[in-house]
Write a protein that binds this ligand. Structure first.
Ligand code: FAD
Length: 328
């Protein structure tokens, strides 16, 4: 690990001033950043601790919640309003990492955690994300965990967050601050696809601080987060599905679906959503919608199984949500 200095920010202005210094990085729970520093993948010269900032969940006034970026993952998942209004969000958080890590991890840090691609962590391997222009050993290598949507010739890594997948389905908005003010970014636009620059992972600019994530009022139907992984706990998603379904008068009035473990960013399933809108909530319709979404998927040597698996998880999740709807 390289030497670095540490400052604890007492307020946002201090954080932004310190965070704009060359070599500075914000630190939340440190559960990802400190690992990357130990592995000498990241080399900040100053850590600005922002864990004391933005630590509340507030009502937005229109039925939504504004979740402070400094909130610990455990506290968000346990919040009664989150559990009641956004079960998929609570379930997604609880499906990630371990209780100890969730106790430390913050909302801001969770969104900015970096890929778990083994070649990114292996400094003997070629990785365009770690070293732009170096090449990508994952494309011809062990790529079971890798992307089937939106990958490029430069990078096939996936985004590892579970929480972000639920937030994408819920149409959440990320608020960030810089020294000129604040701006709001829809979560689906916050992370970017790799293209030729996989080291650029979000639209965040240097020194910008995430302060909150706002989740609008949920749809009037049940929601769920399903995660398929190699072990029952402490494993990243092979495929995950966050979905909410509202059926009225026998047709799908609203449906929100996002996928995890499939792309460089949480993947909003717009094609499937459009296919389902105003149609019957039947297994056949769910199957057709899943097929339409996954028609654009591309498998690599080891991960093509995700194309079939992903469709099955989408169909099964929607079937269960439709059944729940009937019992309401
Ligand atoms: C063994 C293990 C298993 C795991 N399994 C899962 C899993 O199954 N699912 C899952 O989703 N996650 C998993 N994780 C990842 C875990 O969720 C993340 O490490 C955690 O959410 C990161 O949050 P943090 O606050 O500790 O971030 P940090 O490590 O503190 O920071 C991460 C990044 O965010 C930046 N940052 C932090 N806060 C802000 C802010 N407010 N504004 C701007 N930048 C900020 C930092 O500069 C850094 O770049 C696992 C981690 C480990 C170690």
């Amino acid at each position: 690990m390289d030497p670095f200095t540490y400052e604890r920010a007492s307020d946002h202005q201090t954080a932004l001033t310190l965070g704009s210094r060359s070599g500075a990085k914000y630190v939340g729970g440190g559960t990802n950043l400190v690992d990357l520093m130990r592995e000498t993948i990241e080399h900040p010269t100053m850590l600005v601790d922002v864990t004391g900032l933005s630590c509340a969940i507030e009502e937005t006034g229109d039925g939504g919640l504004r979740i402070g970026a400094g909130m610990r993952n455990t506290a968000v998942a346990a919040d009664r309003r989150v559990r009641e209004r956004y079960p998929m969000l609570s379930q997604a958080i609880l499906a990630g990492a371990s209780a100890q890590i969730r106790n430390m991890a913050t909302v801001g840090g969770n969104l900015l955690q970096r890929t778990r691609c083994g070649y990114f962590y292996d400094d003997a391997a070629h990785c365009n994300k770690r070293e732009p222009g170096a090449g990508c050993d994952a494309i011809e290598g062990f790529n079971r965990m890798h992307a089937i949507f939106g990958a490029s010739n430069a990078c096939v890594a996936t985004h590892p967050s579970d929480m972000a997948v639920a937030l994408a389905a819920l149409k959440a908005v990320v608020t960030v601050e810089n020294r000129n003010g604040a701006r709001d970014i829809p979560l689906v636009d916050f992370h970017v696809l790799p293209g030729e620059t996989p080291h650029v992972e979000t639209v965040l600019e240097a020194g910008e601080l995430i302060t909150a994530v706002t989740v609008p009022a949920g749809i009037a139907g049940p929601s769920a987060y399903r995660k398929v992984r190699d072990r029952a706990s402490y494993a990243f998603a092979l495929i995950s599905v966050a979905a909410a379904l509202e059926v009225r008068d026998g047709v799908v009035k609203e449906v929100q679906i996002a996928l995890g473990g499939v792309a460089h960013k949480p993947w909003r399933a717009y094609v499937a959503e459009a296919a389902l809108q105003d149609g019957p909530p039947t297994e056949a319709a769910f199957r057709a919608a899943a097929q339409a979404e996954f028609a654009a998927a591309r498998g690599l040597r080891d991960n093509a199984f995700k194309i079939e698996l992903g469709q099955r998880v989408v169909i099964d999740t929607l079937v269960k949500l439709a059944a729940l709807q009937e019992t309401r």
